[in-house]
Design a protein around this ligand. Structure first.
Ligand SMILES: Nc1ncnc2c1ncn2[C@@H]1O[C@H](COP(=O)(O)OP(=O)(O)OP(=O)(O)O)[C@@H](O)[C@H]1O
Ligand SMILES: [Mg+2]
Length: 210
C-alpha cells in the first residue's frame, strides 16, 4: 500500500506551461552535492540494469531501521535506484510490485510492505532541515527503511548511522547521451550502520558481487 505525505505549499512552475523537460528544472538550484572525484574508490555501473542489481542486492540485506542516503546530482540515478529497491523488497515479500513514482513533488512516498515500511524521500525542494522534520521523519527513523534523495538537505540532522550510496555520471559523459548508460557508484557505511548491510556494501565495493 502506498501513501503520499502532503508536500509543503511551495509549488514548482508547471512543466507543461514552459515546455521544459525533466532535466531542465529551472527552480532547482545548482549544487555541488555528492560529487564523486577522481580520488574516490568507485565502481562502474555499466547500465541501468547494473544500478538495479545493486539496489536489489542492498534491498535483500536491508531491514527496517536502515537509512540509505542516495547522493548524486540530477539524473545520477537516485530515483531509479529507489524504484528498484522498493520493487525488490516487494518481490521478497511476495507482493506484486507497485508503481514507484519520483517523490519530486510529494517529497515522500511511503510503501507499507509486509517485510517493513519504506519511506522514499526527495528533499531537493527542502530549504531548511526543519522542513524535512515536519514531514515526520522522526516517526519513520528506527521503524522504516529510509531512502533519502538529496540527503545533504538535512544538514546536521542527517542520521549518523547510514549507508551513503553515492552515484555519479562518469566524468567523460556529457550532455543527453550521458543518461543512456554508465554511472559510477561508491557505497560508504557511516556511523554504526548495521553490520549485515555494511558487510554487503563493503563486499560490493571489493567486487564480491560481480
Ligand atoms: N546506469 C544507470 N543507472 C541509473 N539510471 C540510469 C543509468 N543509465 C541510464 N539511466 C537513466 O538515467 C535516468 C536517471 O534518472 P533518475 O530520476 O533516476 O535520477 P535522479 O538521480 O533521481 O535525478 P533527480 O536528482 O532529478 O531526482 C533515468 O532516465 C534512467 O533510466
Ligand atoms: Mg530523483
Amino acid at each position: 500500500m502506498r501513501r503520499q505525505v502532503a508536500a509543503p505549499s511551495r509549488a514548482p512552475p508547471a512543466l507543461e506551461a514552459t515546455g521544459r523537460g525533466r532535466y531542465n528544472r529551472p527552480w532547482r538550484r545548482a549544487t555541488g552535492a555528492a560529487e564523486v572525484t577522481s580520488g574516490d574508490h568507485l565502481r562502474r555501473l555499466a547500465d541501468l540494469a547494473a544500478t538495479e542489481a545493486l539496489a536489489s542486492l542492498l534491498a535483500a540485506a536491508a531491514a527496517p531501521g536502515d537509512v540509505l542516503a542516495l547522493g548524486g546530482d540530477l539524473g545520477a540515478g537516485k530515483t531509479s535506484f529507489a524504484r528498484a529497491f522498493v520493487t525488490a523488497r516487494s518481490r521478497l515479500a511476495d507482493v506484486p510490485p507497485e508503481e514507484v513514482p519520483s517523490p519530486t513533488y510529494t517529497l515522500v512516498q511511503v510503501y507499507e510492505l509486509p517485510n517493513g515500511t519504506i519511506w522514499h524521500m526527495d528533499l531537493y525542494r527542502i530549504d531548511r532541515p526543519d522542513d524535512a522534520w515536519e514531514l515526520g521523519i522522526e516517526d519513520a527513523l528506527g521503524q522504516a527503511i529510509l531512502l533519502i534523495e538529496w540527503p545533504e538537505r538535512l544538514g546536521a540532522s542527517l542520521p549518523r548511522d547510514r549507508l551513503d550510496v553515492r552515484l555519479a555520471l562518469p566524468p567523460d559523459a556529457a550532455g543527453d547521451g550521458a543518461r543512456g548508460g554508465a554511472r559510477l557508484a561508491a557505497l560508504e557505511p557511516q556511523g554504526m550502520l548495521a553490520p549485515r548491510l555494511a558487510a554487503v556494501a563493503r563486499g560490493w565495493m571489493a567486487g564480491a558481487h560481480g
